[in-house]
Design a protein around this ligand. Structure first.
Ligand SMILES: [Zn+2]
Length: 397
């Protein structure tokens, strides 16, 4: 909550700062566009003329020294406020912008901006990388990088994600009692072995009784004990490799009906506050069959979150209402098909259930392996580029 209000205060202070566009080291894109246009006047080369009117993208670098305040420095940088906001938000993951930044500290920002042929900016410029050099602790840098899984965000140079995750967990204390994936139905009774008509392999025969998709059975996993790493739960928590749903039956619970658990169950005492995972619009808040008291929130067109078994809804939580990340939406309960107080939590990504535990929008991500190797090279290239540019600038080129 603190972070959100800080960001809001920051956004407010930014919007008050007068910012001019494109005070780049080189001539402004507007100038260059005009020159190109003049050169083409009278030219018979229609294709070249056509190209001269096409939108174009430029990378722009700005360096600024803090002389009085961060706000002053941001305004002096000439970088559009909306562009800076993303970078400064990322820095707040590790830097206290109010306390840590002192006169003499430096900010370097490199961003990419699209322009019309006339040189008017199109949309919000994207920060490619930025570096704060603080007297108190040296440089802190963020770099935009896209992983092989196509997760594009800003990362610190140590490979830790600097962009706050889009989603937060709905409870302050997280204790997973049942994970995402194939699992036994805790309400289902094991079938008598005699009824199967043949001797069962270890753990008994598989009996499938699919439930309608998206319905939780609620309750804890029925294990009560520590997570069994050989189960889909263990696998879904990343504790053990699991051969896949189609290949092998989990032995421990094979005598029970198996179904796809499309969310995770978080144990918490009745009445524990449940918070919205992100800004969004409530599209459902009502008793809903097995889910019990159920809430669905849509976060833009791609992501939605679902909360089940609530004891009660928070005041004002109704379809059509907007919520902000971290807003109280209800209280943990055991309504619907549930064996004890817990929150059933689902993340729906592009219409498909996703495992909240390892969903990129919920995790503080860390680059590893090949991604980390590629990222290191990209960071090194960026620094070389900057050194070249500052040499060129000081040589008066
Ligand atoms: Zn559940």
């Amino acid at each position: 909550m603190k972070k959100a209000s800080l960001a809001a205060a920051f956004a407010a202070s930014l919007s008050l700062s007068p910012v001019s566009l494109c005070q780049a080291a080189e001539g402004t894109p507007a100038d260059e566009a005009r020159v190109a246009e003049e050169q083409l006047l009278g030219s018979a080369d229609e294709e070249a003329r056509f190209l001269a009117y096409q939108p174009f993208t430029r990378e722009i670098a700005a360096s600024v020294v803090v002389s009085t305040s961060l706000d002053q420095a941001l305004a002096d940088s000439g970088v559009p406020a909306a562009t800076l906001l993303e970078a400064m938000r990322a820095f707040t993951a590790t830097v206290n912008l109010q306390r840590d930044i002192k006169p003499g500290d430096r900010l370097h920002v490199r961003y990419q901006q699209a322009f019309t042929a006339e040189g008017a900016p199109i949309g919000v410029g994207r920060v490619l990388w930025a570096e704060l050099t603080l007297a108190s602790r040296g440089p802190v840098a963020i770099h935009r990088f896209r992983t092989r899984d196509k997760v594009e965000r800003l990362w610190f140079t140590n490979g830790l994600s600097a962009t706050p995750a889009a989603l937060r967990m709905p409870l302050d204390t997280i204790s997973v009692s049942s994970g995402f994936g194939l699992r036994a139905d805790p309400f289902d009774q094991p079938p008598p072995l005699a009824a199967t008509g043949k001797s069962a392999p270890m753990g008994g025969p598989l009996r499938s009784k699919p439930l309608p998709p998206g319905l939780p059975t609620g309750g804890t996993s029925g294990n009560g004990g520590p997570v069994n790493m050989a189960t889909p739960l263990g696998a879904s928590l990343g504790l053990a490799p699991y051969g896949g749903f189609g290949k092998a039956a989990p032995k421990a619970k094979a005598s029970r009906a198996l179904f796809m658990h499309e969310g995770i169950d978080l144990v918490a005492p009745s009445g524990t506050p449940v918070y919205a995972a992100a800004d969004g619009v409530v599209v459902g808040a009502a008793p809903n069959g097995r889910y019990g008291n159920w809430i669905r929130i849509e976060h833009g067109s791609k992501l939605a979150t679902v909360y089940g078994h609530l004891m009660a809804f928070a005041p004002g939580i109704e379809p059509g209402e907007s919520v902000v990340r971290g807003e109280l939406i209800g209280f943990v309960g055991s309504t619907g098909r549930s064996t004890g107080a817990h929150l059933h939590f689902e993340v729906v990504d592009n219409g498909k259930p996703a495992n909240p535990i390892n969903h990129p929008e919920l995790k503080a991500m860390q680059l590893r392996g090949l991604d980390m190797d590629r990222f290191r090279k990209q960071v090194a290239r960026s620094l070389e580029e900057r050194t070249r540019e500052s040499k060129a600038a000081s040589a008066g080129l």
